[in-house]
Design a protein around this ligand. Structure first.
Ligand SMILES: *Cc1c(COP(=O)(O)O)cnc(C)c1O
Length: 378
């Protein structure tokens, strides 16, 4: 989404030096309200990793959000924002046993697992806790897939949950993540069908699952239009009705990108416009931000951010866009060059839109001496 009037105002009056992210909390407030309205009865667990700025966590905590966390530090951030431990899940399937113990000591009692080995850790370090088993999805249709590394084959899930049950844990349900920036509405249907068959298998061995965690995947609009929140809510509702009939389970969603992506804009600057030989038509435009400054999701050119300049009315031509560091991996768009104004020149400001998710925390600490991405939440 384009910069809001508040963001533009902030940039005009504060004139922050260097590349920075500016996040408008009003957009996040609207996003939360839209999820809540579209999916009443579904608990929202904000995926903290998308943007853990304290102001964002506090706003969401005050609106009633729950939090999906990936580490003890994220749990502490959610607690500091005002969430009670019963509103926090430890959703990473790869946890140190001592971190499970710390989470348990904080009162967190909802954990993700995807293997019997992880179940054993949780059973030892958080006795009696609720666990849900994450299953693999193929991530088809997602621009930033999260498949393979997380989740077990659906055929193994019943064994994982049965093991949890035998060790005194509360085998609570199934989770999946259909892949981030998922634009295929049907992705949830396939996963829900698998979830239902695991519910049935578990029931046949005496375990009555309660919950389906529908994960994240809700998109942000970058260059291409994406379906709205209501379209996702309807697709999920239809999938639940189709597969679970009148025994609809409790549901959870874990939006990250869809909650904060469109709320932030990065202000950056053109450092150099050059060519590789005298007759070259292709310009290289170097910005003061790149892969190591927070735009890591340009890896494989997966996420294509809208870039706006004051010269967009001028004629445009394709160019390569690269970051400022001395690493040749620090190229944002080259396989598919990006149209920028021919008049763009050194010192010009550019606004990179829809950068609220997965930017600040991906920035390196001091690669080449560049500081981590600054962030202003207004
Ligand atoms: C990253 C992550 C999310 C958030 O995904 P988005 O696509 O950004 O909404 C949700 N749940 C889990 C378990 C995750 O790892």
């Amino acid at each position: 989404m384009a910069a809001t009037a508040r963001i533009l105002d902030f940039l005009r009056t504060e004139k922050p030096e260097g590349p920075c992210l500016v996040v408008d909390l009003n957009v996040i407030r609207d996003n939360y309200a839209a999820f809540d309205r579209a999916m009443p009865g579904t608990r929202i667990f904000y995926a903290v990793k998308a943007n853990p700025a304290p102001e964002i966590l506090s706003l969401l905590a005050s609106m009633g959000s729950n939090f999906d966390t990936a580490s003890v530090v994220e749990i502490e951030m959610a607690l500091a924002a005002g969430a009670s431990p019963d509103r926090i899940s430890f959703g990473n399937t790869i946890k140190k046993e001592r971190d499970v113990a710390k989470a348990h000591a904080y009162g967190v009692s909802l954990f993700a697992v995807d293997s019997v080995e992880e179940v054993e850790k949780v059973a030892r370090a958080a006795p009696g806790a609720k666990v849900f088993c994450r299953i693999l999805t193929d991530g088809a249709g997602a621009e930033w897939p999260l498949s393979r590394k997380f989740g077990c084959e659906p055929s193994m899930a019943t064994d994982v949950l049965l093991h949890a049950h035998k060790l005194g844990l509360n085998a609570n349900g199934i989770s999946f993540h259909v892949g981030s920036q998922q634009t295929r509405l049907g992705a949830w249907d396939t996963a829900l069908e698998q979830a239902k068959s695991i519910f049935d298998e578990c029931a046949s061995v005496g375990i009555h699952l309660q919950m389906v965690n529908l994960g994240g995947g809700f998109p942000t609009k970058y260059l291409k239009a994406v379906p709205g929140t209501n379209a996702y809510a309807n697709a999920i509702h239809d999938g639940l009705a189709k597969h679970f009939g009148n025994a609809i389970p409790e549901t959870i969603i874990e939006p990250g990108r869809g909650m904060v992506g469109n709320a932030g804009v990065i202000k950056a600057e053109v450092v150099l416009v050059s060519k590789k030989h005298a007759n070259d038509n292709l310009r290289w435009v170097y910005l003061d931000i790149g892969k190591f400054g927070g735009l890591a999701e340009t890896m494989d050119e997966a996420i294509r951010y809208p870039i706006v300049t004051a010269k967009d009315a001028d004629a445009k031509a394709p160019c390569v866009i690269a970051g400022p560091t001395c690493d040749s991996a620090d190229v944002l768009y080259e396989k598919t060059p990006y149209d920028l104004p021919l008049s763009l020149s050194v010192g010009d400001e550019v606004l990179i839109e829809s950068c609220g998710a997965y930017t600040t925390t991906y920035a390196s600490v001091a690669f080449n001496g560049f500081p981590p991405l600054k962030s202003y939440v207004i």
